[in-house]
Design a protein around this ligand. Structure first.
Ligand code: FRU
Length: 515
């Protein structure tokens, strides 16, 4: 977000008292359980127990645990002095909340960053037997910002030798001093085998900069990458090696989150596909694509050290246009579903596909759907889909518009569909519940034109306050949040009768994670 526009809340007194009273946000176990019964609480997405959350940070796998750190303000429900919140999971679906991992200090707030496992102890911060987890993050000095300096964002490190439960900040921080760029943040680090160096990519206003290091402490500038003439604010980059599924070509994907130019307004995650030689990333700068066309997937980055080499990613399921105004009371924001990214080559070039991670199947009662059609005409298909996964496939593209309409008893509806004329998917949340908190929220949002035409597929995950569409085998994705007065419990197929007769629809009821 444009940092200068951040606002602070007046803290609700009762939340402050709760925060002060115990180690983990002050919540007793029973209260925690109650928290997840609140109105609009996601039931199978991650949301913090209480208070404000934005970007996922430090995603990594280590000794059987997936770690999720996140931008967190533990004393309010709008953005404030940033800490790193922390949760762990064995499957990226069921999460255990842990105490705040990294606190602000005299160098500033703890902004976004990443975590690596320093297996060979090149940093010397642990031992070979007990490799340190090293967090690399931005120190954002609010005082410097207030005084009008431009060098108030610097990169620092901290390490943990107890599986991320506690971190010690490096005494030589910052490890990269600001070179005179006002927006200079969000370092994402990975080990680069070929050059035997750590590689860092970070956002530097309207481009990314690459650095390399042997020990995570001393960094050398390598190169930068941007779009000539582009002045949009870039944030939260990630540079990932990917083997193309259908051609075996090795490519590098640069993920980058971009302010205020998203296909449906505000903020969204984009990507470039190119090559990287250990110092320089090369891609046709005009080849920028959107990872997700929905309004609510920002700061999406990948997990490091994943044991089975999948590329696993997570995003913040909101949009800076209204994130601080959404009508939730004790907490604000959830993460997207965890996704597996794969690269595919087609006539138009390379394209990233996203799929919900296989682990999400554990939320189903069985592999067999709760409903398998049989459906051969438009109309009601399911009446208990509050938490659900729905798949719809057809051997060919629909001949006219086609949609799944979710609705409740309060005359609210959320429509996820395909617009034949535009050859695009859409999500219509204009009548999907409360939207008076921001004029930018309600609306009918389209994806880009579909790159491949057939067969036709939609996979939709519906939670109490969000919908995620993985269209055309995940090549076109839309993530959107919504705030119905009651969860959508019924689903209807809206399409031409001829198309309906060719649709294969399956619905799985999903279990809550927060029990
Ligand atoms: C992206 C972002 C990052 C920054 C963090 C601050 O949402 O603006 O660039 O590090 O949020 O909370």
């Amino acid at each position: 977000m444009a940092i200068c526009t951040f606002t602070r809340s007046i803290l609700p007194l009762f939340l402050l008292l709760l925060t002060a009273s115990s180690g983990l946000n002050g919540q007793s176990d029973s209260l925690r359980l109650e928290n997840y019964k609140e109105k609009h609480r996601p039931q199978f997405h991650f949301s913090p127990l209480a208070h404000w959350m934005n970007d996922p940070n430090g995603l990594c796998w280590f000794e059987g645990e997936y770690h999720m750190f996140y931008q967190y303000y533990p004393a309010g429900t709008v953005w404030g002095p940033m800490h790193w919140g922390h949760a762990v999971s064995s499957d990226m679906v069921h999460w255990k909340h842990l105490p705040v991992a990294i606190y602000p200090d005299s160098l500033g707030y703890i902004f976004s960053g990443s975590v690596v496992i320093d297996k060979a102890n090149r940093s010397g911060l642990g031992t070979k037997e007990q490799p340190p987890m090293v967090a690399v993050f931005t120190h954002h000095d609010p005082q410097g910002e207030k005084e009008g300096q431009i060098t108030f964002q610097n990169q620092s490190i901290a390490w943990s030798s107890d599986k991320g439960r506690t971190f010690t900040k490096f005494s030589g921080n910052p490890v990269i001093k600001n070179p005179g760029i006002r927006d200079f943040r969000d370092p994402k680090v990975r080990w680069h085998e070929e050059s035997n160096r750590w590689i860092m990519v970070l956002a530097a206003y309207d481009q990314v900069m690459l650095y390399s290091s042997a020990d995570l402490k001393k960094w050398e500038f390598c190169s930068s990458f941007g779009i000539p003439g582009d002045t949009r604010l870039w944030e939260c980059p990630d540079l990932v090696p990917v083997t193309t599924r259908n051609s075996d070509e090795k490519k590098w994907v640069l993920l980058v989150s971009i302010q205020n130019s998203a296909p449906n307004g505000g903020t969204a995650t984009a990507y470039f596909v190119g090559d990287f030689d250990g110092r320089t990333f090369k891609s046709d700068p005009t080849s920028q694509q959107w990872l997700d066309y929905g309004a609510d997937n920002y700061a999406m980055v990948t997990w490091s050290n994943v044991p089975d080499d999948r590329i696993l990613a997570l995003g913040w399921m909101s949009n800076w246009q209204y994130a601080q105004q959404v009508p939730t009371e004790q907490w604000r924001s959830a993460m997207t579903l965890p996704r597996e990214l794969t690269l595919h080559k087609n006539d138009g070039g390379f394209r990233l596909h996203s799929a919900p991670v296989a682990e999400l199947r554990t939320l189903q009662n069985s592999d067999a759907p709760d409903l398998a059609t049989g459906i051969n005409k438009p109309g009601l298909i399911y009446s208990d889909c509050t938490l659900s996964r729905l798949t719809l496939t057809m051997p060919m593209m629909p001949t006219t518009d086609l949609a799944i309409r979710y609705f409740n008893d309060d005359n609210q509806e959320l429509i996820v569909g395909y617009d034949r004329q535009k050859n695009a998917f859409y999500v219509d949340r204009s009548k999907a519940g409360q939207h008076d908190f921001s004029p930018k929220f309600a609306g009918l949002h389209y994806s880009g034109q579909l790159p491949e035409s057939f067969p036709f597929s939609m996979e939709i995950f519906l939670d109490h306050a969000s919908v995620e569409l993985f269209g055309q085998q995940g090549s076109t994705v839309m993530t959107e949040i919504c705030f119905p007065s009651k969860p959508f419990s019924k689903a209807e197929l809206v399409c031409h009768p001829e198309d309906a007769s060719k649709c294969d629809v399956k619905v799985w009821r999903l279990n809550r994670v927060w029990k």
